[in-house]
Design a protein. Structure first.
Length: 206
C-alpha cells in the first residue's frame, strides 16, 4: 500500500475500485482505466512520434516476441527501444540492475512492465527511480496483444465482471489471486467505512 501511495500516478484498473472512488470522493468523473486498453491506445498514439520509444519488460520469451510482431504489423512507425523477458521468480537486486542497464543503453523514453500484481508494483517503483523514466505496470497487456491469453470481449469490459471471464479462462493461475485479493479488498473497504459512507466533491478554490 505504501508503494501505491508514493507512486507518481495510480489508475483504477478495475471497475469496483472506480465505483468505490466515485462513492467516496463524490467525483462522478472517477472512472476505470484499464491497463491493457491504455497500453494499446498509447502505442496507437505514438506511431511516427520520434520522441517516444518503448521498452517492454515481462511475459514469456515466446509471447514477447509475438507481441513485437503484432506491434510491427498493427502499429507501423512505433519505435521499440528494447524488450526483455525476465526469469520467473521474485524481484532481485541483480534483476533490477540488469533491467536498469538494458533500459539506459536502449535510449527508451517509456517503460512498460507486465509482471502481474503485486510483483510489478514493487518492480516499477524501484525501476522508475533508477532510470528516471515513467514505468507503467499493465498486467496481462502483453499476453492479450500477443494473443497468448484471450482478452475478455469488449461488452464485458467496464461491467465489473471481467474478472469472472479471466478466472474461467485461467482458473489454476488466478483463483488464489481473486479469492484472497477480493477478500482483502472487501476488508479494506469495510475498515475504511464501507460503500455506504459518501464523500463530497472538493469545492473549487477561488
Amino acid at each position: 500500500m505504501e508503494i501505491l501511495k508514493e507512486s507518481g500516478w495510480n489508475f483504477a484498473d478495475g471497475v469496483p475500485v472506480a465505483w468505490l472512488g466515485r462513492r467516496k470522493s463524490g467525483l462522478h468523473g472517477f472512472g476505470c482505466t484499464r491497463g491493457p486498453s491504455t497500453f494499446v491506445q498509447t502505442l496507437h498514439d505514438s506511431v511516427d512520434v520520434a520522441c517516444v520509444s518503448h521498452f517492454f519488460i515481462g511475459s514469456s520469451d515466446e509471447s514477447l516476441k509475438e507481441m513485437l510482431r503484432v506491434i510491427e504489423r498493427d502499429f507501423p512507425g512505433v519505435r521499440v527501444a528494447g524488450a526483455f523477458s525476465p526469469p520467473f521468480g521474485p524481484v532481485s537486486e541483480s534483476l533490477i540492475d540488469e533491467c536498469e542497464q538494458r533500459i539506459k543503453s536502449s535510449g527508451a523514453s517509456l517503460v512498460w512492465v507486465a509482471l502481474g500484481t503485486p510483483k510489478q508494483d514493487f518492480f516499477t517503483d524501484v525501476l522508475s527511480r533508477r532510470v528516471n523514466l515513467p514505468c507503467a505496470g499493465v498486467g496481462a497487456a502483453f499476453d492479450f496483444l500477443s494473443g497468448s491469453v484471450k482478452e475478455a470481449p469488449s461488452f464485458l469490459r467496464g461491467t465489473g465482471v471481467e474478472w469472472l471471464y479471466r478466472l474461467a479462462a485461467e482458473p489454476q493461475r488466478l483463483w488464489r489471486r481473486y479469492t484472497f485479493g477480493t477478500a482483502r479488498f472487501l476488508f479494506a473497504v469495510a475498515r475504511d467505512g464501507g460503500l455506504f459512507s459518501r464523500g463530497s466533491a472538493p469545492e473549487a478554490r477561488e
